[in-house]
Each structure stands twice: as structure tokens, then as C-alpha cells.
Design a protein around this ligand. Structure first.
Ligand SMILES: Cc1cc2nc3c(=O)[nH]c(=O)nc-3n(C[C@H](O)[C@H](O)[C@H](O)COP(=O)(O)O)c2cc1C
Length: 324
């Protein structure tokens, strides 16, 4: 029997352990979602960049394999209305948003019977999300992979917790293990959302070369690429105003030299071609600083169970520090 660790997040989302596998666009798969949700966490299927038919098919695959809750993830600055409407029609357990104000989308999700989470990178956006009546706010620190802000997780999380109380807050950015989960709880969060760590799992859909880059990269290799927003303004420049964190590469070095919008033409051409050829990971690999702590591939269920077991051990050890 797996060890348990219940928080308010478990009650709100109907899950067993307070761990969310972040929506990571096409770097998530129904298999990954099922593995995480079956282990008691919340798996998330990324809708961004996924064809609508594949998304609906994926939701069906997840439902056929598990009764556990799961999320479908959308980015409001670049939302496909047809895809979103079909996800609403499917009444999925949770819809998660990130990188921009979801506005009316929150009420539409609630009307469809879905719970709503919003990932934010500043206290101001957290307050805005709280006013929309979202069920969970994810405070994403600047060390996170993918699109994000600047403020470190340790600084952002306690501020968000205080400002949006009683809305439950989940911490994201830099978490890979049970120590991280305990740290997040100590900061006032009721759970963690993990991206990069779940890329290196047996159920992850990424290309073997992509996986190799994730398990070999060091923390310092995961850099912010502000000028990437000149190549593709959605979702980074449009919405909350985020900047992507990616692994350093010759392509990303070229992006850093862009000075005027017209300089991006050849970069965009190269990227579009690579996406068509299935080699985009040779140019752009999103990852958090946490990548430096990811060096082996496990099954996603094992990752979830290990984190909970480690957290329980650490909580027991910390309790011995208290003098009575
Ligand atoms: C490869 C990758 C893709 C991501 N894509 C998305 C996305 O489509 N939607 C989203 O809400 N967050 C996305 N994120 C950010 C995650 O939600 C999360 O905040 C981040 O992974 C947490 O930091 P960590 O990578 O250190 O765990 C992505 C992260 C990574 C690493």
C-alpha cells in the first residue's frame, strides 16, 4: 500500500496525493496522464498545439483507462475555441489555465461542471484569478520550465498564499522530490505541480534524443529566452507577459542575437521546418532549472509514489526536531 499524504488540495480536486503533473502541451500523453492519476495525483493533458481530434481522442483514452480525476490544460492567449468548446462538452474533471487571464473561460468551465486551476507568476495575477472564483491557484516560480515569470518560488508562494486566502495554492517551479513537496507545504502551499520531472518518465511521449537532453542537462543549461517572444508572441508576450525557459542550444543562441523583428524570419522558417520534420527538440527544449536534478527515467507512477514516501520520511524526521 502506497503511503498517503492528504492536504486540502486532495479534497478540492478529489485526488489522493497533492501532486499535479503539469500540462505541457504535446509533451504530455494520455498514457502519462493515466499513470499519474492512477497513482493518486492529477495528470494533465496539454491542449496547446494538439489537434482537436487528437485531444478528444486522448480524453476518451484517459476515461477508458481510469475513473480518477485529470485535467486538460489551455493557454488563454492562444486558445482554440473549437477545441475548448469540445472539452467543455466532455465535462472533464478539471480545466487548467496558464500564461494569461482566463476571464470568462472560468465561468464557462464551471458551468460545464469542471473545476478550474490557474497558474500565475505574480501576486497581482493571483488576485485577479481569485476574483474570478477559480478553485485552485498555482503559483509558478521563475525557475520553472516553459513560459513563466521571474520571481523565485520561495518568494512568490508565501506572498500568493497570504493574498488569495482561502483559495488553495499549489507551488510550481523547481520541484522533483519529497523534500520539495515538504518545502512547498512549509511555505503555505497545499501541493506541488511538476513539469520537467515528468518529461523523464516511461509514459512521456518525447523523442529519445529529447529525453537524452533532459537527463544529461545541468541546471545552468535551462535559460530564459526573452527574445523568443519576438519569434512567437503567443503565449509569452501576449497574456501575463511571460518568458520561456529552455535548454541552451545553438538555435537559442541565435535567438538571443535578434535585435529587430525582421531578424526573426530565418529563425521562424527553421523552427516551422523542424516542427514539420519532428525535430523541433533539436532547436527548442523547454525545461526548468529542476532539469539539473533529473538524471534517470522512471515510470510516472513510481515518481508520484517516491515523492510521497520521501515526503513522509522527511516530515517524520522534521518532527523529531521539535522539543516538547
Ligand atoms: C516542456 C514544458 C512544457 C510546458 N508547457 C506548458 C503548457 O503547455 N501549459 C502550462 O500550463 N504549463 C506548461 N509548462 C509549465 C508547467 O506548468 C510548470 O509550471 C513547470 O513545468 C514547473 O516547473 P518544473 O519544470 O521545474 O517542474 C511547461 C513546462 C515544461 C517543462
Amino acid at each position: 500500500v502506497a503511503s498517503m499524504l492528504r492536504t486540502e488540495l486532495c479534497d478540492v480536486l478529489g485526488i489522493d496525493v497533492p501532486i499535479i503533473q503539469a500540462g505541457m502541451s504535446v509533451h504530455t500523453s494520455p498514457e502519462l496522464v493515466v499513470a499519474v492519476s492512477e497513482a493518486g495525483g492529477l495528470g494533465s493533458l496539454g491542449a496547446w498545439g494538439r489537434a482537436t481530434a487528437a485531444l478528444i481522442d486522448g480524453i476518451g483514452q484517459i476515461r477508458a483507462a481510469t475513473d480518477a480525476p485529470f485535467a486538460v490544460n489551455y493557454l488563454p492567449p492562444d486558445l482554440d475555441e473549437e477545441s475548448f468548446a469540445l472539452t467543455l462538452g466532455a465535462a472533464v474533471p478539471v480545466i487548467s489555465f496558464a500564461t494569461g487571464n482566463p476571464g470568462q473561460l472560468v465561468a464557462r468551465a464551471h458551468d460545464a461542471g469542471s473545476l478550474v486551476t490557474v497558474q500565475v507568476t505574480t501576486v497581482e495575477h493571483a488576485e485577479q484569478a481569485a476574483e474570478l472564483g477559480v478553485d485552485v491557484i498555482i503559483a509558478q516560480g521563475g525557475e520553472a520550465g516553459g513560459y513563466g515569470g521571474e520571481i523565485a518560488t520561495t518568494v512568490l508562494v508565501p506572498q500568493v498564499v497570504r493574498r488569495v486566502r482561502p483559495v488553495p495554492v499549489v507551488a510550481a517551479g523547481g520541484f522533483v522530490d519529497g523534500g520539495g513537496l515538504v518545502a512547498a507545504l512549509a511555505l503555505g502551499a497545499c501541493g506541488i505541480s511538476i513539469g520537467t520531472r515528468f518529461l523523464a518518465t516511461a509514459e512521456s511521449p518525447i523523442h529519445p534524443d529529447h529525453l537524452r537532453r533532459i537527463v544529461t542537462a545541468q541546471a545552468r543549461d535551462a535559460v530564459k529566452s526573452p527574445r523568443f517572444n519576438l519569434l512567437s508572441p503567443r503565449p509569452g508576450a501576449v497574456g501575463y507577459g511571460t518568458v520561456v525557459r529552455v535548454l541552451q542550444s545553438p538555435f537559442i543562441e541565435r535567438v538571443a542575437t535578434v535585435e529587430r523583428p525582421e531578424d526573426v524570419t530565418s529563425l521562424v522558417e527553421d523552427l516551422v521546418k523542424a516542427q514539420r520534420d519532428g525535430t523541433a527538440h533539436e532547436l527548442v527544449v523547454a525545461a526548468g532549472q529542476s532539469v539539473g536534478r533529473v538524471d534517470q527515467v522512471e515510470s510516472a507512477g513510481t515518481v508520484v509514489r517516491q515523492i510521497v514516501a520521501e515526503a513522509n520520511d522527511i516530515l517524520a524526521r522534521l518532527a523529531t526536531f521539535v522539543e516538547r
